[in-house]
Design a protein around this ligand. Structure first.
Ligand SMILES: Cc1cc2nc3c(=O)[nH]c(=O)nc-3n(C[C@H](O)[C@H](O)[C@H](O)COP(=O)(O)O)c2cc1C
Length: 211
């Protein structure tokens, strides 16, 4: 057998071991769960997107699909799922703020990921451009004007133009495999125990610790 044939054969076998992407949503619950778990292997930061509804009431939801798009012009995006209570309302909002969460804000992330009428109850905030709420204690803020929105399967891709931004030196909250993590140094005890077990001194002192 030619060497290239063998490589092709090995590759086909490897691919057979991979889960196949479900062709019809909800027709194959296991495949869908596997795909979700696989996507969850991509570690992200965590944001809360805030805006005002047409009546001027504050709305906000936890979002990790945030990404930068372009520097010039300054564009960012996030994806809005159609199952969200505020699906229509967010699409109508002309302005929004990406509040990038700090390591100690996992409770806030949980609060804003659950459907509720009073998400902003007890939350400290300031009003930014066009009255859009800025949540206190975040790592960074990006105040945006909506530039465009595009259909994306069961989500809508929302593009924003950054009008104002603010960055602090806080540590980020991370999301990975369905859990929140804190990018922090391990406690000295844990570090010493692991050094002892490994018989070596780790060079990189930054570790992920679960929240
Ligand atoms: C870490 C995390 C990230 C999330 N990212 C998104 C996202 O990018 N887009 C989305 O539509 N929903 C996302 N969600 C789910 C929404 O936060 C949740 O469905 C919503 O806040 C529910 O409230 P609502 O129905 O009142 O809008 C995420 C949830 C969590 C916990």
């Amino acid at each position: 057998m030619e060497q290239t044939d063998q490589i092709e054969k090995d590759r086909d076998q490897d691919l057979t071991a991979l889960g196949s992407v479900p062709s019809a949503p909800s027709s194959d619950v296991d495949s869908m769960r596997n795909l979700r778990n696989t996507l969850g292997q991509f570690a992200t930061g965590v944001t809360i997107v805030t805006a005002l509804d047409p009546a001027g009431d504050m709305i906000g939801m936890t979002v990790n699909s945030f990404s930068s798009v372009s520097l010039d012009p300054p564009l960012v995006l996030w994806n809005l799922g159609e199952t969200n209570y505020g699906y229509d309302v967010y699409q109508q909002a002309d302005y929004f703020c990406i509040n990038i969460l700090a390591a100690d804000q996992s409770e806030l992330a949980r609060k804003f990921s659950q459907a509720s009428d009073d998400k902003f109850n007890t939350v400290k905030l300031k009003l930014g451009n066009n009255g859009v709420p800025l949540l206190e204690g975040c790592l960074a803020y990006l105040e945006c004007t909506k530039e465009a929105q595009y259909p994306g399967g069961d989500h809508v891709i929302i593009i924003g133009r950054v009008e104002r931004f603010l960055s602090t030196n806080r540590q980020p909250l991370l999301f990975y495999t369905g859990q929140f993590f804190d990018l922090a140094k391990k406690s000295e005890t844990t570090e010493k125990k692991e050094q002892h077990a490994a018989g070596a001194t780790p060079k990189n002192k930054l570790w992920l610790t679960r929240d």
